[in-house]
Write a protein of this length. Structure first.
Length: 299
């Protein structure tokens, strides 16, 4: 079954028990809640899902749990991230076996290669399965920048390359890619505080972070932006932006989990090297979150 790359797809968090094992029961309930509130797909376990702290076996169990929970009605997209190309290919093949319907392909962790090397890496993952693939471009976080011309080259070579998660934080990248290849690829925005701007210039989807805590508001914001309902979009965006900006800082995992805890949908546990926020940082963030929730709009 091919993917329908559109709409709001959470980069879902991974919930942990007190011993930092994965809470698979909560994970399944969380996914069901997100889908019930209008999300069109689930991406796991990406950066927000602390994928680099999960073993290969845990990844497989995460995918199997997700597919069992929502797979018949909503696609599960496996985030493929690894130190080596061989490991990334192994992850991709496991994702197929667990029932995932798409892949989100990251550049290799740590090593920041040149275009020839990065092209070979993502091509190997694209070719490892027949699943539709999304390329994740995040030069800020990973130090590898897939330029529009390079994305055009990949699109010409790989039919199952179907979408881009553009997280350069520059919405001009959306227009630059569309200028080269039109609608050949579905373009998603991957930073929460650029969604309205990106939708206005051609993005058709959002790989979102704060949606983990606020799916109804996230889906409404995206739909208003996509449908050109400017006044509704800007009114909701003005309220949402202080929270959406929590997605765009180094401790985004901890902060988004904090919002989840405040709305009663998750806890703040993270795996080292991350640690939960404390002290003044915690107090300031809680004040921001609670202030926003006190004025939460009625939709």
């Amino acid at each position: 079954m091919t993917m329908n790359w559109q709409g709001v797809m959470p980069a879902v968090t991974t919930c942990f028990n007190e011993d930092l094992s994965i809470d698979y029961d909560f994970f399944a309930r969380h996914l069901q809640w997100l889908v019930e509130n209008g999300c069109t797909g689930i991406v796991t376990p990406g950066s927000l899902g602390e994928g680099n702290t999960l073993t290969l076996e845990e990844r497989g169990q995460v995918w199997a749990t997700a597919v069992k929970a929502i797979g018949e009605r909503t696609p599960v997209v496996a985030a493929i991230s690894a130190l080596s190309t061989a490991e990334a290919v192994a992850q991709a093949r496991m994702a197929v076996n667990k029932g995932c319907r798409g892949l989100m392909v990251l550049p290799p962790y740590v090593y920041k290669g040149d275009w020839r090397e990065m092209q070979a890496h993502v091509a190997a993952v694209f070719k490892a399965t027949s699943l539709d693939c999304m390329l994740y471009n995040n030069p800020i976080a990973y130090g590898t920048d897939f330029l529009p011309e390079q994305i055009q080259e990949l699109a010409a070579a790989h039919k199952n390359f179907q979408a881009v998660k553009e997280s350069s934080a520059d919405v001009r990248r959306v227009t630059a890619i569309r200028a080269l290849i039109g609608d050949r690829l579905a373009l998603f925005v991957g930073v929460d505080d650029a969604i309205v701007e990106a939708a206005a210039v051609g993005a058709v989807g959002w790989i979102a972070g704060l949606v983990n805590a606020l799916p109804k508001e996230s889906v409404a914001l995206f739909n208003y932006a996509l449908q050109g309902e400017r006044e509704k979009a800007l009114e909701l965006y003005d309220w949402f932006l202080p929270l959406l900006r929590l997605d765009c800082v180094p401790k985004f995992v901890q902060l988004i989990k904090l919002v989840q805890q405040e709305v009663g949908m998750g806890n703040t546990r993270v795996r080292p090297p991350r640690l939960e926020v404390v002290g003044e940082e915690l107090e300031q963030t809680l004040a921001l979150i609670r202030r926003a929730l006190e004025h939460r709009p009625t939709l």
